[in-house]
Design a protein. Structure first.
Lengths: 482, 95
């Protein structure tokens, strides 16, 4: 039987506010446990929430970016459940009246087509703390620094039909929130977390199959693999005469294995009700219009601009424009070296290879945009050969020195482009190679090209690798033709 | 009785509150009385009236995004039953 996969996503996006959504505690990542957990975050008796305007502003920015309706009136509700990293016993969230209504994103697929994914809504809520289960004499350790960090939860419609579409949608949302500057996008730190709802149904069937939810995926790669694994599991289950149980599953990316979380009989009995501690939040049209007027450039617009302004190919432009950090790095390099083509080549080549192998984003690059631009300038003015440039890149990356010119000097990488000096070297080398010269002069055009290598080797050696190969070739052709 | 003792026991369990059978019996009676009062209110005609999210007809005031809290961990943890390495310790909750 032919099966069709149906996927919907729920995405938790940590908003890049300085303080929490309902308290004045800092949201800085990586602080000592519980040093950013105030009496409000700990739900001490008598504490009351005071909502952070910036969280709303960010949520509205997101809504405008996905062409969604902004609900001018939104209401917080209590989602009640017991867990020690949720000290209040409820999560303050939005249900019936979320800040962001229905919208959509368009994603590019590898076959060149594009697909529209509908967003059901996005709502504001608070994050929970973290539970650590290892090695506390049979107890669990609770860190509440994250408790109260503002989130938007983005809920898509079940519009995706395979893992590629789901990952493309996730990447697009990542690009949008980072371009807006409302989230740092650091997935390894949990700044964006994906829950994936997957079901399968016989092709042609309208009714949706029973879905499972795989929670808390924090990389695109794990997301793709978790979806494929779950689709296989469901199809196998049904083909073996079984049926899919609606359940929450956990995926272990390192072991490529998933399991059902222990199902609770009272699952989803959240007893939502409007939070009496918070009044409805209301914005007027002016407020929203002002945010719209100040909206930063979105990935789709930036991609078009990169093609237009810098003459990049669609492929190069799509990669360089997707992430705000990458885009601004690229533009900083271009601004400083005035060569978009070389900048794109070095960023997509050497730099990306390095970042990928160290699993880092461009914000963690060990080479700054200014340094890369300085390196490119030395390629442009013929100081560096491409081999020499790679050596300088190495030295910069390894932190041997942070000045391009100093590295060139210290390692003798300066290309000799003084024609007089090069001519002299060519004369000297040619004087010792009469047989090769004769061979060259008898050869036809095609063969001559091959024979050039026999001269270039000794020439580079004689110049200690510093002769400009382009100039050497020019001089050689001229001299050998005489 | 608008609710059963089993409802009270279920809600108590969801909130991880320990109530004895005797307490549950009393609570069932008290809560039922409250719910009966609500039932009387339900008799009022509310067709076409949007539900209120809050009894006060007012809007939420918002605060600026600034960090105003300082680290009070030592003071806050002085009342915790168990702490270690800055973490609050609780009975093991892993699934």
């Amino acid at each position: 039987m032919q099966w069709e996969t149906v996927i919907g996503l729920e995405i938790h996006v940590q908003l890049a506010t300085k303080s929490k959504i309902f308290s004045g505690s800092s949201t800085t990542f990586g602080a000592e446990p519980n040093t950013q957990a105030s009496a409000v975050d700990l739900a001490m008796p008598g504490m009351l929430p005071v909502a952070n305007e910036q969280a709303f502003r960010y949520a509205i920015m997101f809504g405008l970016a996905i062409d969604a309706e902004i609900n001018k009136r939104s209401v917080f509700e209590r989602k009640n459940y017991f867990y020690p990293d949720l000290p209040k016993g409820y999560q303050t969230t939005q249900l019936a009246e979320p800040i962001v209504g229905a919208g959509h994103v368009d994603v590019q697929l590898s076959d060149g087509s594009s697909k529209r994914i509908r967003i059901h809504h996005a709502h504001l809520e608070e994050d929970a703390g973290k539970s650590l289960h290892e090695d506390f004499h049979g107890m669990s350790g609770i860190d509440l620094n994250r408790a109260g960090t503002p989130l938007i939860e983005i809920v898509t419609e079940p519009d995706m039909r395979n893992s590629e579409e789901a990952v493309a949608c996730a990447r697009k949302l990542h690009a949008i929130v980072t371009s807006l500057g409302i989230c740092d996008g650091e997935m390894a730190q949990g700044s964006m977390r994906f829950d994936v709802n997957v079901s399968v149904r016989p092709k042609g069937e309208d009714k949706l199959g029973t879905r499972t939810e795989t929670k808390n995926l924090n990389s695109f790669r794990f997301m793709e693999r978790a979806i494929k694994l779950e689709v296989e599991r469901q199809i196998e289950l049904i083909e073996d005469g079984g049926s899919v149980t609606q359940e929450t599953r956990l995926y272990d990316g390192d072991k490529h294995f998933s399991r059902a979380m222990r199902s609770k009989e009272e699952a989803n009995d959240y007893r939502y009700f409007p939070c009496p501690d918070l009044l409805p939040v209301v914005f007027d049209d002016d407020y929203i219009a002002r945010i719209k007027a100040d909206l930063p450039e979105l990935p789709d617009n930036r991609q078009a601009r990169f093609i237009e302004q810098y003459g990049l190919s669609l492929y190069d432009a799509s990669i360089l424009s997707a992430e705000a950090n990458m885009a601004s790095f690229f533009e900083a390099v271009v601004k400083a070296c005035d060569d978009a083509k070389l900048a794109a080549n070095w960023i997509l080549g050497e730099l990306s290879a390095r970042l990928n192998s160290e699993e880092q984003s461009v914000s963690a690059s060990k080479i700054s945009a200014v340094q890369l631009a300085a390196l490119i300038k030395r390629i442009k003015d013929n100081t560096l050969s491409s081999a020499g440039a790679k050596k300088v890149f190495e030295a910069l990356w390894n932190g041997e020195n942070n000045d391009v010119d100093a590295i060139i000097e210290a390692n003798g990488l300066k290309q000799v482009s003084d024609t007089g000096a090069l001519e002299k070297l060519v004369d000297e080398v040619l004087a010792g190679l009469p047989d090769q010269i004769a061979q060259y002069q008898e050869a036809d055009e095609k063969k001559r090209k091959k024979l050039m290598g026999g001269f270039m080797g000794p020439l580079m050696k004689a110049s200690k690798g510093q002769g400009n190969p382009k100039l050497f070739t020019e001089i050689l052709i001229r001299k050998l033709g005489e | 009785m608008s609710i059963q003792q089993s409802d009270v026991e279920k809600i108590a369990h969801l909130a991880r509150l320990e109530v004895s059978a005797e307490q549950a019996q009393r609570l069932t009676k008290d809560l039922s009385n409250i719910l009966d009062l609500v039932d009387q209110l339900q008799a009022a005609k509310t067709d076409g009236i949007a539900p209120m999210a809050h009894p006060m007809d007012a809007e939420q005031r918002l605060r600026a995004d600034t960090v105003t809290e300082t680290n009070q961990r030592d003071a806050l943890q002085s009342v915790a039953p168990a702490v270690e390495n800055g973490l609050y310790l609780v009975p093991k909750v892993i699934e």
